[in-house]
Design a protein around this ligand. Structure first.
Ligand code: MG
Length: 261
């Protein structure tokens, strides 16, 4: 890790499986972030987990002694809001299938959301984001909107994410269920999309060449970094084991057991 600290100025850091598991930080996370601050390095956290708003993530991390502002948190939902701001997405007739927190965050951010499920036929686009309260009713109406021609935005296409119990279904698994009902194009707002990596780089303000992605997922983090011209380090505290790495075509620039300095 010391080598990476001297080589790179900007750090794009995944949360689940790198900084914490089940939102409980790993042993070296706090020390690692403090060292980044001490050495004046730039860092952002880039997560596909949209269950919390940037402010809530920042509060959660700070409560564990990990310093970060809400502007250093990048989620697929921020990516969506940013795409609306820069007029790549029209701000109208959106239906949201997510946690209520996330829905409220979108509304507070000025996004026009259809609130009454009975008006689902008016939806021109939908956002689907897996969460613990995602119901059959959500799945049903999301599928109906897509059949009705609504554009399908996903906060990630990850099929699973790591927990203490093992890998459990993520948004990608819900999207797969929708596509089984009606095939459609999926617009991924999360990693490995180009739009979210561009947002991370813009926020960091560092040159691509001097920036590295630290992640535990071979597709979202490692492939995502590579297709966006950024170096990567696979951290083995999350989703990927050494044996899974052997069978993968996605190869990181570095492999580290953890964030130990
Ligand atoms: Mg991860």
């Amino acid at each position: 890790m010391k080598k990476l600290l001297s080589k790179y100025d900007g750090f794009i850091i995944d949360l689940d499986g790198v900084i914490y598991l089940d939102k409980k930080p790993f042993k070296y996370s706090k020390t690692f972030i403090n060292e980044l601050i001490k050495q004046n390095k730039k860092y952002v956290f880039l997560t596909n987990d949209s269950s919390l708003s940037p402010n809530e993530y920042s509060k959660l991390l700070k409560s564990e002694g990990i310093q970060c502002s809400k502007d250093q948190i990048i989620t697929p939902i921020n990516n969506f809001i940013n795409l609306v701001d820069i007029k790549k997405i029209k701000n109208r007739n959106l239906m949201v299938f997510s946690s209520s927190k996330l829905k409220n965050y979108l509304i507070k951010s000025g996004i026009k959301v259809i609130k009454n499920i009975d008006n689902y036929k008016n939806a021109e686009k939908i956002i689907v984001s897996g969460n613990i309260n995602f119901s059959y009713k959500d799945l049903m109406y999301a599928s109906l909107c897509v059949q009705n021609g609504a554009e399908l935005f996903a906060t990630s296409t990850d099929n699973s994410y790591p927990t203490k119990l093992g890998n459990v279904p993520a948004t990608g698994s819900i999207i797969a269920a929708i596509l089984k009902t009606h095939n459609a194009k999926v617009i991924n707002l999360g990693k490995p999309s180009k739009s979210i990596f561009s947002m991370a780089l813009r926020t960091l303000g560092t040159n691509k060449k001097n920036t590295i992605m630290l992640g535990d997922n071979l597709i979202t983090d490692i492939y995502g970094a590579k297709r966006n011209g950024i170096d990567s380090a696979l951290i083995l505290t999350g989703k990927t084991t050494k044996s899974a790495l052997k069978n993968s075509t996605h190869s990181p620039n570095y492999i580290l057991n953890d964030l130990k300095l």
